[in-house]
Design a protein around this ligand. Structure first.
Ligand code: UDP
Length: 347
């Protein structure tokens, strides 16, 4: 029988790409979202790509009654939990809102899953838990550093909550097994250009800022800092294609549902293992899309780490997952998506 996966926050950037890959891998997917940070664009795109008439569930995961109802109405085998606020700066300004939303929604999912015979929880964590690493690339054993924002703190706290829940429920009827995926820098869009990133207002992240500058929505990209101790002075990151990232979730869910986990709570870095500087990324974007980007160097951005990239060996060997898309393919897809949003024909 087909297994069913609940994707909380399934209408967002990562959630919509994961939904597509799960459906293409043969899963039934229950998509639920409170639409607090997105509209229906990506959900409609998912339906077009997969040809499935998916049902949309408008659910706020902070509403325990609504979460229980979702679990009662669907036989859910695994949950992939994305539903959370994600803006670092906003979390500094509104910590209570961030702690309340990100913790409460996850606690509700755990409680409802445990009470409804769903034993598998995958949590979307982040490389932010490593802070400024002592050594790169980082492995899953690299120490977590104190979080520098309430947002980062919620990621660490949810990791701990899942670890504790796994320990506490072991052997009980409500047993929970967990996987934490620590994403590096997810970028790009589905090659169909039907789903992609939809930042509200001025983008904080590099690639949406680049594509919006290229299309003329922003005047000029500011590259934050060119005096870092890196080969070209700009920060180094591990940019992971969104479709590759989505496929990692399919591998992880399969691992859980097929009883292949080696520990009750596993942690995997999801990255390419390839560091790229901001300038290298900008140059690659210009080259592959055959355009010139208006950019300037600006002071460092508070809170940015100099360099971080993944050692993805564990995910490669244990999950049989590996990033396959080149940075050129990824940046081409990101640009195609921006043009699609701007209403260009035949992108
Ligand atoms: N960055 C930049 N200009 C921007 C946005 C980001 O130079 O308008 C840089 C940022 O300083 C960092 C890299 O791009 O070195 C990636 O930043 P992003 O916010 O996308 O992800 P982060 O690594 O902070 O999670």
């Amino acid at each position: 029988m087909k297994k069913t996966v609940l994707v909380s926050g399934g209408a967002g950037f990562i959630g919509s790409h994961v939904t597509v890959e799960l459906i293409e891998a043969g899963y039934d997917v229950v998509v639920a979202d409170n639409m607090s940070n997105c509209d229906k664009t990506c959900f409609e795109g998912v339906k077009k790509i997969t040809g499935k008439d998916l049902k949309f569930n408008l659910v706020d995961f902070c509403d325990m009654e609504a979460v229980n109802k979702l679990f009662s109405e669907n036989r859910i085998d695994a949950v992939i939990h994305f539903a959370a606020f994600k803006a670092v700066g906003e979390s500094v300004a509104k910590p209570v809102m961030y702690y309340k939303n990100n913790l409460e929604s996850f606690l509700n999912v755990l409680e409802a899953a445990s009470g409804h015979g769903c034993h598998n929880i995958l949590f979307s964590s982040s490389a932010t838990v490593y802070g400024e690493p002592d050594a790169v690339p980082v492995t899953e054993k690299s120490p977590r550093k104190p979080a520098t924002s309430p947002y980062g703190n919620t990621k660490q706290m949810c990791e701990d909550i899942l670890q504790d829940t796994v320990k506490a429920t072991k052997g009980s009827d409500g047993e929970i097994k967990g996987i934490l995926l620590r994403y590096f820098n997810p970028i790009g869009a589905h090659p169909s250009a039907l789903i992609g990133e939809l930042p509200r207002g001025v983008p904080n992240n590099l690639v949406p800022f680049i594509t919006q500058t290229a299309i003329g929505k922003r005047e000029c990209l500011s590259i934050f800092g060119n005096d870092y101790p890196t080969p070209d002075g700009t920060c180094l990151r591990d940019y992971i294609d969104i479709v590759d990232l989505a496929k990692a979730h399919v591998s992880a869910v399969g691992r859980m549902l097929e009883g292949k986990m080696k520990e009750d709570c596993e942690v995997f870095n999801i990255g390419t293992g390839r560091p790229l500087s901001v300038l290298e990324l900008v140059n690659a974007f210009e080259k592959v899309n055959n355009l010139k980007l208006n950019y300037k160097f600006a002071p460092r951005r508070a809170g940015d780490v100099t360099a971080i990239w993944a050692d993805p060996t564990l995910a490669n060997t244990e999950m049989g997952w590996k990033a396959t898309r080149t940075i050129e393919e990824t940046l081409e897809a990101a640009w195609k998506w921006e043009k699609h949003l701007a209403g260009y024909e035949n992108v």
